[in-house]
Ligand binder design. Structure first.
Ligand code: NAD
Length: 367
């Protein structure tokens, strides 16, 4: 049987820097655990625009469709800010998500004990935090039509449309209920049913799907109240399901609970392929961080933990995923810190590759 295939798209800015560390970890699993992947690499975002004039070529799109999983670094950068919207680096990522039909974005927010002091919230509020935000990813206001900037009278009007079909809400709700069943059996759905019709429909459909999951305790919250509750007492949540826009904001908020964007992985899953594996794209939550790109300062852990999610959700290697997550926990407990994890402390940070070294050492020690 051939090895499972993994398409790597490092992208722009710190993307290639953090991905270089993940490549070493992938190799480690091949050498030490007999977990070999057919790894190939391609361009996305600004790097693809520079090479092909488009942020994702048709060839790369086809390779992504064929891969057992795709691992992406980050896209974007100031160099591309003035490009037409249709060829901006982010469009490459949106195309991947849309054409692979990755409708469920899983964003765990887990607070490693060693970093609890680093959060801007009190230690007892975040220590031991383990929540999962499921964000709808292929619809809503980022895709809805009509959209654009039109002339109206003597001024311009910017238009975007929030739009959700029942089936779009149902499938992401089902993913969230399934996850809740494997976790703490609590699901909180967030929308703005008080002011948005799409929110009214969202609440109705989630409630209906919930009838198939009587063991899951379902609650509903307005997304703005949800933001407050996430900072007040985040441990009240287990799984949160929400739409594309609110999920974008709430998951960044959750990122800060755990200390740094540099710690947060994500998975975007679609329908199962012929081999039973879900279509899947794994990527850190952070962007290309142009402010630190090229300086060896980036924290590779979010990207490393994204690969751990790939091991768990695409390759049925939950034990090896846990080994990698444990290695990260060990490294943090030992006090290794990239700059983003130091805040005002006077200590010298370690570099991106030194963090990779430390994780590899912890992996060796796990054998
Ligand atoms: P960003 O996530 O790139 O950076 C926000 C802040 O967090 C910066 O100060 C950055 O230095 C820091 N940071 C992010 N990741 C880090 C890491 N791994 N280690 C240490 N520090 C880290 O968000 P931004 O500055 O708003 O956006 C920069 C570019 O990235 C833009 O072009 C944006 O469109 C793009 N972007 C891409 C994605 C993606 O590829 N998925 C996501 C968000 C933003």
């Amino acid at each position: 049987m051939s090895n499972p295939s993994l398409l790597i798209l490092p992208g722009d800015g710190i993307g290639p820097e953090v991905m270089a560390e993940v490549r070493r970890i992938i190799d480690w699993f091949g050498d030490k655990r007999g977990l070999a992947f057919d790894v190939s690499e391609d361009l996305v975002g600004g790097a693809a625009y520079d090479a092909h004039g488009a942020p994702l070529s048709d060839e790369t799109m086809a390779r992504a469709q064929d891969a057992d999983a795709v691992l992406l670094g980050a896209v974007g950068g100031p160099k591309y800010d003035t490009l037409d919207f249709s060829v901006k680096p982010e469009r490459g990522l949106l195309r991947l998500r849309k054409e692979m039909d990755l409708f469920a974005n899983l964003r765990p927010a887990q607070c490693f004990d060693a970093l609890a002091d680093f959060s801007s919230l009190k230690k007892d509020v975040v220590a031991g935090l383990d929540i999962m935000i499921v964000r709808e990813l292929t619809s809503g206001v980022y895709f809805g039509e009509p959209r654009g900037i039109i002339e109206e009278g003597n001024e311009r009007v910017g238009i975007n449309t929030q739009r959700y079909t029942e089936s779009e809400i149902e499938r992401v709700a089902r993913s969230a209920f399934e996850l809740a069943m494997k976790r703490g059996k609590k699901l909180c759905s967030m929308e703005k049913a008080n002011v948005m019709e799409s929110g009214v429909l969202w609440r109705e459909v989630v409630t209906r799907v919930g009838q198939d999951y009587p063991e899951v305790e379902l609650s509903h919250m307005y997304a703005d109240a949800g933001a407050m509750q996430l900072t007040r007492w985040p441990k009240q949540f287990d799984v949160i399901v929400t739409d594309n826009l609110f999920g974008d904001l709430l998951s960044d908020l959750a990122a800060m609970l755990t200390g740094s964007l540099g710690m947060l992985p994500s998975a975007s899953l679609g329908a199962p392929m012929a081999n039973g594996r879900p279509k899947a794209l794994y990527e850190p939550v952070h962007g290309s961080a142009p402010d630190i790109a090229g300086q060896g300062k980036a924290n590779p852990i979010a990207c490393i933990l994204s690969f751990a999610m790939a091991l768990r959700y695409s390759f049925d290697q939950g034990g090896e995923a846990a080994r990698l997550e444990k290695a990260v926990e060990t490294v943090l407990a030992q006090g290794h810190r990239t700059a983003d994890l130091l805040g005002e402390e006077g200590r010298a940070p370690i570099s991106t590759s030194q963090m990779g070294d430390a994780v590899l050492e912890a992996l060796d020690a796990s054998l």
